[in-house]
Design a binder for this molecule. Structure first.
Ligand code: PNS
Length: 158
């Protein structure tokens, strides 16, 4: 298949995100990882840092491009001439929210399809917010995030 967008806040990117990106990079010719500016979420890492961490984490996957956006996702997709969004689903907790987002995006642009990829069991529990909490309280996040993200938390806590 041609190309897809994997959108998210990526605050920060985790091994769970990376698992989804790697898997879809084998299916699509090109994968655009779209890092969203997020006002409502009160992010820990600013947009530039989140983008840089995503670039570093994906550098070994040759058909992945990382871009940031600060507009509607449907508009970003149109601008990038892409009509497939891919989101990871960890379980039923994600389902309601992702279902609503997919329906809303489809309502805004019915040429845009959302595909879902199920997380493997080892990443079912993993979220950026849990990683932030663990890092804040001194927990070990080395198995949960790419090395550059671990390093970014270390530098933040200096
Ligand atoms: O995985 P996340 O972090 O919950 O991803 C959420 C994201 C970035 C995909 C979503 O917030 C988004 O699409 N933001 C861009 C603005 C937009 O199009 N919102 C949908 C209509 S409210």
């Amino acid at each position: 298949m041609d190309k897809c967008i994997v959108p998210g806040t990526f605050d920060p990117i985790t091994n769970g995100h990376l698992d989804v990106i790697k898997r879809v990079s084998k299916i699509f010719d090109e994968v655009i990882v779209a890092v969203a500016e997020s006002e409502k979420k009160g992010v820990l890492f600013d947009l530039d840092q989140r983008k840089k961490l995503a670039i570093e984490s994906c550098k070994k996957i040759s058909n992945v491009k990382v871009k940031s956006f600060d507009c509607l996702l449907v508009d970003f997709a149109k601008k990038n001439q892409c009509n497939v969004l891919v989101k990871g689903l960890r379980g039923y907790v994600d389902f309601e929210y992702e279902f609503q987002m997919a329906a809303l995006n489809y309502q805004l642009d019915n040429t845009l399809e959302t595909f879902f990829v199920m997380s493997p069991p080892k990443y079912m529990y993993l979220s950026s917010s849990h990683v932030r909490e663990l890092a804040r309280l001194g927990g070990d996040i080395t198995k949960l995030v790419p090395a550059c993200v671990n390093e970014a938390f270390y530098l933040k806590n200096q």
